[in-house]
Design a protein around this ligand. Structure first.
Ligand SMILES: Nc1ncnc2c1ncn2[C@@H]1O[C@H](COP(=O)(O)OP(=O)(O)OP(=O)(O)O)[C@@H](O)[C@H]1O
Ligand SMILES: [Mg+2]
Length: 357
């Protein structure tokens, strides 16, 4: 397929070059034919005096004006391809410049100095595109210090819910509050600093491993960084990198494996002391043994801290204070693991599909 598409591109490329190279010579050709015709007709008039008698000077100046008149056309046709390329580029630039900007914080927005971590979502509705409603009437109350889990089939809106908590998007209806304050009335900076998160999509920035881990605590000491890496079980692989903690990693993670990137993100959150911990499939890419160890570190971190954990492997959320089961953008069940199993609803189906066999 690649070969075929490539051959097509080659053919079109040659064609496009040919056509665009043609425009300038053809304009010149037409102009020069006109020039010759004017010269011949002018000479004939001078010699024969028909249809009007002309002097050599008149013909001469006429030819010179005709030449000046043609010149800009020749020049435009020489750059017409460049002009078209510029238009194509301008379209992309304008699309970027027209992109909707993040709504600035309201002038009255307040900072939350010491968040306790009580989260409440009240009748939240949200959709990415107007014609496809996603979250509908979601009500979740997470008391401070509790451990909540969010489970549900792929695409039911779990990550979306987390995006809304962090105000990457604003809700279409309903409210989200942190410690009783509407999140839209808080500055983004203070809202986001209340959360520590490991998201489904791991992200690293251009910089050293150390800088990536210390992202949330810029003035951290080397000891703190190493301690966090040890708790995340990332220390061992970092020491095997060519320059250890000073190894440069690129955007997207460079030469690191998916699981290693995830461990760095976990170490990053272990550095901070956030009021709320959000884990969206935080350990999905690491091996089971390391996962158990990291889980252990998370368990210690979650003690007395509000946390919201998204997981597909239901064994990892069994001991949550409350499990919220979502389906197609709605909360369908709530309760502890045992309660949900006893009710025999959608959660039990999910659970059994993982363990029955
Ligand atoms: N940026 C976006 N723009 C438009 N639609 C999106 C966007 N992000 C997600 N969606 C859609 O929203 C729906 C919910 O996505 P979401 O990422 O919340 O699912 P999820 O429950 O986290 O799934 P998973 O278990 O696979 O992580 C999906 O149908 C997805 O196609
Ligand atoms: Mg998700």
């Amino acid at each position: 397929t690649f070969g075929r598409v490539n051959a097509q591109l080659y053919e079109k490329g040659v064609h496009a070059q040919f056509i665009s190279s043609l425009s300038n010579p053809s304009t010149r050709l037409v102009n020069n034919i006109t020039y010759a015709a004017v010269a011949i007709a002018g000479c004939a008039s001078v010699i024969s005096g028909w249809p009007t008698p002309l002097t050599v000077g008149q013909v001469q100046s006429f030819l010179s004006y005709a030449n000046q008149y043609m010149k800009p056309f020749n020049e435009i046709s020489a750059v017409v391809t460049q002009v078209q390329t510029a238009f194509a580029s301008a379209r992309r630039l304008l699309a970027l410049m027209d992109a909707v900007e993040e709504e600035p914080d309201a002038p009255t927005a307040k900072a939350l100095p010491a968040p306790r971590g009580e989260l409440e979502m009240d009748h939240v509705c949200f959709s990415y595109t107007k014609d496809r409603p996603l979250l509908q009437d979601v009500c979740i109350h997470v008391p401070a210090g509790k451990r909540f889990a969010l489970v549900g089939p792929t695409g039911c809106g779990k990550t979306t819910l987390i995006n809304l908590l962090l105000r990457f998007y604003d809700v279409d209806g309903g409210t989200i509050t942190l410690d009783g304050a509407d999140t839209r009335g808080l500055t983004r900076q203070s809202l986001r600093s209340a959360f520590g998160m490991v998201l489904q999509e791991t992200w690293l920035f251009e910089g050293t491993v150390r800088d990536n881990i210390a992202y949330g605590v810029p003035d951290a000491t080397d000891e703190q960084v190493v301690a966090a890496a040890r708790r995340a079980h990332a220390h061992k692989f970092i020491m095997q990198l060519p320059q250890g903690y000073q190894t440069l990693v690129g955007e997207g993670g460079g030469a690191l494996s998916q699981g290693q990137r995830q461990l760095l993100c976990i170490a990053r959150v272990m550095m901070c002391d956030p009021a709320v911990l959000l884990l969206d499939e935080a350990t999905s890419s690491i091996d089971t043994r390391t996962e158990l160890q990291v889980q252990d570190a998370f368990d210690r971190m979650m003690e007395g801290r509000t946390s919201l954990v998204v997981a597909h492997r239901l064994s990892t959320v069994r001991n949550a204070d409350c499990i919220i089961v979502m389906r197609d953008g709605r909360v369908v069940e709530k309760g502890t693991h045992d309660e949900l199993l006893a009710t025999g609803g959608f959660y039990r189906d999910l659970y059994q599909s993982q363990f029955a066999r």
